[in-house]
Design a protein around this ligand. Sequence first.
Ligand code: AMP
Ligand code: MG
Length: 521
Amino acid sequence: MKINLQDTFTTELPADPITENTRRQVANACFSYVTPKKTKKPELIHFSNEMAKDLGFSDTDTKTSEFLNIVTGNTIIENSKPYAMCYGGHQFGNWAGQLGDGRAINLGEINHNNKRWALQLKGAGETPYSRTADGLAVLRSSIREYLLSEAMHYLGIPTTRALSLSLSGDQVLRDVLYNGNPDYEKGAIVARVAPSFLRFGNFEIFSSRQDYKTLKKLVHYTIKHFYPDIKQDSKEGYIQFFKAVSERTLKMIIEWQRVGFVHGVMNTDNMSILGLTIDYGPYGWLEGYEPGWTPNTTDRQNKRYRYGNQPNIGLWNLYQLANALYPLIENAEPFEEILESYKNDYATGYLNMMKAKIGLFSENQDDALLLSNLEDTLQLLETDMTIFFRNLSSIEKNDSIVTALEKIKDAFYLPEDFNGDNLTKWEIWFTSYLQRLKQEDITDKVRKEKMNAVNPKYVLRNYMAQLAIDKADKKDYSLIKEFYTLLKKPYDEQPAYEKWFAKRPDWARNKVGCSMLSCSS
Ligand code: AMP
Ligand code: MG
């Protein structure tokens, strides 16, 4: 098998001189060399054909045991020197010190068709950064990461990708509910792919240690390879770099808001320096539209990472990155300007995104009010976000309030409560909306097409992931395959899969795995 490895990270940045795999603080280095753990009985559950092709694996390659062994860390690619990255991070608002790739091992960078991709195994064993944990991952969280990272790509949202999902054949001990009842679960490994897995935390760690020399090297490296339009070696360049990161982060978060994705753990170690959605842990999807919702049980008290707070947290995280880069520039003003413009750009970007979701493309001063009224009205009754926005596209300019309401009422979880004051408020909103639609000069048909291109019909609802997990636990991988195929075309009508365009069933409400998740993975 011919794999074209061309490492830039390990060849251009300082390595940890210690090569023993012992848990420790690593100074003055961006990474430590480490070998993945051999697994008992690796088994490939699924792989992404597209990603395999992008990396240069042929159809024949992916059928070999060598492929399986590579994506589970049992065979080291020729000339590969696997490594774990050193990073720190702010977790839930507090500086947490050194974190690092505790269970992700990078195999190297594959160069194919003039594109370079870092390939990383998540769950491939302990590293110097494993702290008190085992370096492994379980099947349930690996299924969730595998399915959703590819699904996000097909939703058009910047994300890390996934090449494969495999069982390691080893058993992994986890206390899912954090209640002192640990149990064995199947171990799994996801081979993840991205241009780079660098996080805000990779920069913060050096700044926190006042190691500005290594910080500077890392900034140079990142600009050179991932922000090539920026001229290097100047304070001006570093500021442009920060601005570019800020813009990408903002763009990513607006996309999350568009589809109702809640990351769940927006710590700075989970913020990609390329503005990619990274580290799929206890994420979730809004079912009922509820800005205060978070799937992460660890965050139940403060709901720091709730849906409606993601844009603010993006900004908070950028402040931490600004602090980390400050020593290279020693002038706060340009940072402040960029952070200030994040707020304005967010307001404008969010408004335009939401306008597109409701099919408004012309200018009207009152649109912001119409949308904030919609957000309030959506919370009167539990209203399924995905179904509401998708069905809204069927509304025509000549609909009456009654016929319009008829088209969206499937989105209510308790249609029997759709009366009285609730009904009146919805009627008021639709009165304004139908009036506003008449000012749009595009046809109903064109508007519907445009709306359907931003309002997905199919998303990986929380309970769907859990159904796939429950089956996979019994060695039935059919739902993984089905969802993988379904979610490749999230905006298309797919009559064969219509049953997944449905509200969360009642049994899934408040069920662990279906609406709430712990960080245990
Ligand atoms: P996360 O909250 O999953 O983003 O992880 C935070 C930190 O904990 C990162 O440094 C991870 O590498 C590390 N970590 C999470 N789970 C494990 C594990 N099972 N073994 C070792 N390190 C882990
Ligand atoms: Mg993480």
